[in-house]
Design a protein around this ligand. Structure first.
Ligand SMILES: Cc1cc2nc3c(=O)[nH]c(=O)nc-3n(C[C@H](O)[C@H](O)[C@H](O)COP(=O)(O)O)c2cc1C
Length: 329
């Protein structure tokens, strides 16, 4: 158990909030969501007073990421970011980092892995780095590396969720770190946002509720599922990336289960095996394996967090942003 400063008197130093850090109207980021967050959604976010970040992984060809960053910069002078996966699972890391440094968005959100190189290089060209963290140990490490802010990913978050409930994680991080702490997970209303900011959060990165927007690119079935299912239908699966990911417990998920099969574990963990298996297995066999194990993307698995509970209708993105930033007044 870590030795936490947790329930003592609050620090008198007021942390900077996201409006000040990014020079935006409201302290909210439209969260990076693989295959969901698009440049069009980012533009709407910027037009409506919040920021937004796109996963670098959404771009498959060299040059596309830089082109998109430049295009959004042409569209708006407001701050937006890119999400970069900094561990070895990201084979395009070097190329993505180069494109980010060349085209310079306002900030990068790092997830998974060590952000040392990213922080050093980004700071040289004036890009801020916010690091996804789930606990104090990793938060301290990224703070020491020079991160500009922490994104505290809590147990209510969609995607790769954390371990601590929102309030607890904010308390742990704000009481023990000096840099601003942005909440990720569980925010669906202005009330949620205000509550987290009242205990010291610098703002919130919000994902799930924006998937159910008119402008999000996912299928109508996915959006309808977000309306139809509730928080009790969210389960954790290891079938997508090997790490626990929140998904809707559809009949498909129930059928295939949430634990990786022995074969998936073996192939995922062993790079050599992954490569040689590909060359040995015949095309038909490979297709079968892929269908069972690797074609399970967010298009067949519906990824969402427990914030799904408060989704009752598919609405225009600007309307959802308003509900979170100013509330239903
Ligand atoms: C469909 C989906 C895809 C996500 N993809 C990513 C991603 O590519 N990179 C990342 O850092 N976080 C990803 N996340 C996590 C979000 O950035 C954010 O932390 C989370 O959505 C916040 O919790 P909320 O969904 O309760 O708002 C994803 C979340 C969802 C729901």
């Amino acid at each position: 158990m870590q030795n936490l400063k947790f329930s003592g008197p609050r620090k008198s130093i007021q942390m900077q909030t996201l409006e000040k850090i990014l020079d935006i109207k409201y302290p909210v980021i439209l969260a990076p969501m693989f295959l969901v967050t698009t440049p069009e959604m980012i533009k709407i976010a910027l037009d409506n007073g919040i920021s937004g970040a796109i996963p670098a992984m959404n771009f498959r060809k060299d040059g596309e990421l830089a082109k998109t960053i430049n295009e959004i910069k042409q569209y708006s002078s407001k701050a937006f970011g890119i999400n970069l996966i900094t561990n070895k699972s990201n084979r395009r890391y070097k190329q993505q980092l180069k494109e980010i440094l060349d085209s310079a968005p306002a900030y990068v959100i790092s997830s998974l892995g060590n952000p040392k190189e990213l922080i050093t290089e980004a700071h040289k060209v004036g890009i801020k780095v916010f690091c996804d963290v789930v606990d104090l140990k990793y938060a301290k490490k990224t703070e020491d590396l020079g991160a500009d802010a922490l994104i505290g990913v809590n147990s209510s978050a969609g995607g790769h969720c954390g371990i601590y409930p929102p309030e607890e994680l904010i308390e742990i991080l704000t009481q023990n770190c000096k840099i601003p702490v942005i909440n990720a997970g569980g925010v669906t209303s202005n009330k949620d946002l205000k509550q987290l900011m009242s205990i010291g959060a610098a703002g919130a990165s919000v994902g799930t509720v924006f998937i159910a927007s008119v402008e999000s690119p996912v299928s109508a079935e996915y959006k309808e599922a977000l309306v139809r299912y509730g928080k009790d239908d969210i389960v954790l699966t290891k079938k997508l990336s090997g790490a626990n990911t929140t998904v809707i417990n559809t009949d498909y998920v129930k059928k295939i289960g949430t634990k990786p099969s022995f074969l998936e574990l073996l192939i995922n963990k062993n790079t050599f095996l992954k490569k040689s298996a590909k060359s040995i297995i015949t095309k038909t066999g490979m297709n079968k394996l892929e269908n069972a194990a690797f074609k399970a993307t967010y298009k067949t698995f519906w990824c969402a967090g427990i914030s799904i509970e408060n989704i009752h209708k598919i609405k225009p993105l600007a309307e959802i942003i308003k509900e979170i930033t100013v509330g239903n007044q």
